[in-house]
Design a protein around this ligand. Structure first.
Ligand code: ATP
Length: 347
């Protein structure tokens, strides 16, 4: 196992333009599952490719296990990678696919079977070794790709959207399997995704990226409950955090915390709403509304209620909602960064 560290890591593809990755300073923990999360084009893949040695940094340093690897070839970094297009060799058996990196590296042949069986066993595909890739399901192929990556016992795993070719149901089970697998092998892992559910479910910590800059590094709970800025606040969560304009600040609160007044305990701000629409989604109801009173009037907000609660309102109705004060988050309107709590006068 090893930690990965980046120091002021930067990649500029087009001189004079903003870098794809800018001054990124990260330090994984030993055995950590770290997720790079961000929208398309935020620099996740470029950052991972630099760590892997597939992309040359414009500036900065990369250390793996305390050793500077910035200019080493990928094979000399002790890493293994799995990409979205984890091409298996179609004409080779699962066994030969998994043993391929061992052959490529000149590991003595008599050691292959033991290593392949170990890797296949960890991923629960020990029964499939004689099959060809076309005789496997998508999830099984995924596991073969992972087995092929771990067979050399890398000190670090780099995974770039490895589940994105799977259908939604398989993705959920593959996610769980991958987490379980990581818990078993304990290898430091960096995982790239634009899917916040994957990030929340799997990450020990999440690195939120936007336009090549790190916006926040934190546990799933920290980035969700205590977002550092409005980008993180609205990128995570579905529907995203409400942001209501209040003088020089934006007041943020999650849709699941905007509830009928009678359901909110403790100190709360009351918010009169006019309902503009309701969506029934099976397990929950999404309520779209405008704030109905005084100086905040006409601002749009979204509430999320368990479907078991009958809100008893329809489009056009006025309803009394509230948010507990402990769930309010404040952001500076100019910098969009988190700022201290303010007293609010809503109505
Ligand atoms: P996605 O989720 O779509 O894969 P990403 O967050 O992984 O996005 P990157 O692929 O790292 O983003 O791209 C970051 C930025 O760098 C983008 O603006 C992209 O157009 C640019 N970029 C990536 N590779 C190159 C390249 N080889 N040459 C020029 N620009 C590039």
């Amino acid at each position: 196992m090893a930690v990965v560290e980046t120091k002021d890591l930067t990649k500029v593809f087009t001189p004079g333009e903003r870098g794809a990755v800018n001054d990124v300073n990260l330090l994984t923990r030993e055995g950590e599952f770290m997720v790079f999360l961000g929208p398309s084009g935020s620099g996740k893949t470029t950052l991972l490719r630099m760590i892997a040695g597939l992309e040359d940094p414009t500036a900065g340093e990369i250390l793996i296990g305390g050793r500077v690897v910035t200019h080493l070839a990928p094979r000399d970094r002790g890493i293994a990678m799995v990409f979205q297009s984890y091409a298996l060799y179609p004409h080779l058996s699962v066994y030969k696919n998994i043993s391929f990196p061992l052959r490529a590296q000149g590991v003595p042949k008599e050691e292959h079977r033991g290593k392949v069986e170990w890797a296949a066993g960890l991923l629960g595909i020990g029964e499939l070794l004689e099959r060809k890739p076309r005789e496997l399901s998508g999830g099984e192929r995924q596991r073969v790709a992972l087995a092929r990556a771990i067979v050399r016992e890398p000190t670090v795993f780099l995974l770039d959207e490895p589940l994105s070719n799977l259908d939604a149901k398989l993705r959920a089970s593959a996610r769980e399997e991958l987490t379980e697998f990581h818990d078993r092998v304990g290898t430091t892992t960096i995982y790239v995704t634009h899917d916040q559910i994957e990030a929340m479910a799997m990450g020990d910590r999440i690195v939120v990226l936007h336009e090549g800059f790190v916006r926040q590094v934190g546990s799933p709970r920290e980035v969700y409950d205590d977002p550092a800025d409005t980008f993180v606040a609205t990128f995570l969560g579905s529907p995203p955090m409400n942001l209501v304009d209040h003088g020089d600040v934006l007041v943020g609160f999650r849709p699941e915390h905007l509830l009928p007044r009678s359901l909110v305990e403790g100190q709360a701000v009351e918010i009169g709403l006019r309902v503009t629409g309701i969506e029934y989604l099976g397990s929950e109801r999404i309520l779209y509304a405008l704030i109905d009173r005084d100086r905040f009037a006409e601002q749009r907000v979204v509430a999320k209620l368990p479907a078991t609660y009958d809100v008893g309102a329809a489009g056009g109705d006025a309803v009394d909602f509230a948010v507990a004060e402990r769930h309010l988050r404040f952001f500076d309107k100019t910098s969009e960064k988190r700022t201290g709590a303010r007293a609010l006068e809503w109505a």
